[in-house]
Design a protein around this ligand. Sequence first.
Ligand code: F0G
Length: 374
Amino acid sequence: MSHYLGLIERYRDRLPVTPGMRIISLVEGDTPLVPLDNLARAAGHDVKIYAKFEGLNPTGSFKDRGMTMAVTQAVHEGTQAVICASTGNTSASAAAYAARAGIRSFVLIPDGKIALGKLAQAMIQGAVVIQIQGNFDDGMRIVKDMADAGPLAIVNSINPYRLQGQKTAAFEIVDALGRAPDYHCIPVGNAGNISAYWTGFSEYAGVRPATAACAWCDDVCRFERPAVCASRPVMVGYQAAGAAPFLRGGPVADPETVATAIRIGNPQSWDLAWAAVRESGGWFAELTDEEILATQKLLAEREGVFCEPASAISVGGMLRDIEAGRIKSGSVITCTLTGHGLKDPDTAIRQSQGQVLQIRAESDLVKRAILDRL
Ligand code: F0G
């Protein structure tokens, strides 16, 4: 067996690629499905919980799945530059894949509301970083206005190639478990990822979703193929309370949350996300910033898994829904941890304050401090 070469090579027959196409890849995908046995035991109800740890992609988030497809297509079309609006991770990923392809990248980010690691990535990878005095939704509006500005490819998730790449995470989950999970829990911001997962799970189940993730889906999605698994999961989408348009029934004007990655008030994949939730019998729910941060800490302390705040929301919401009986006992549950904790060191340090002991450099003092805490 040849070594792993990235998700396009692995799932080539289910993706919009043609022979001879130059594949722009950082060997993304193939991320681990980490059992969260400590949390499952604490939750009771005989559940089995797995985290799809997407923070272990090359740029530290799930965006790389979509970006390998979107940039491969952009290069194929002869595009000289990519552009996106971003709360951080998309810009980091776009910059990386553009660098690899040898094309330019322009990224619009909200002024002062992006985690430091993400900004560092975009900058060192050579993106032209445009900080706008507005939020992600303003950036998205401007990027859409740039569609005709020149040979630029928009690589936000309104680009259907992005969702095609991202659907492979659902394939990997089914391939790893040998079945579909009963529930899939996922953070929702711009709502592309939940739509992509639903397309992926549906494709593997041999079922065409009522609203597929792109108009030309039938050309590439192999819904008619024999099913790889018998069922599809219930899809559960979680939003931050201050940025929860799916819970409010429409756009939110001034979204605010500590989970800056999902600080979005006007999701672009509104209909697709609703279709995923409705068709699967799922739901949307919201978590406060306090609940989000508490879950980020819980995952780190109990499982050794360090994800960014926006990612922790899927686990926080899931644990609450298990307790409430909304997620049934005996279930197999998967949660997407969308991005790595190292993306946002400031938030992690801020909420861990007081845990660093200041001690003179003397063995006796250090020994006493340790023994006091054993
Ligand atoms: N989690 C993280 C870590 C994200 O960066 C994002 C989106 C989401 C969840 C939500 O995914 O938008 O598909 O519903 N980040 C985008 C960005 C908006 O610009 O990096 P979604």
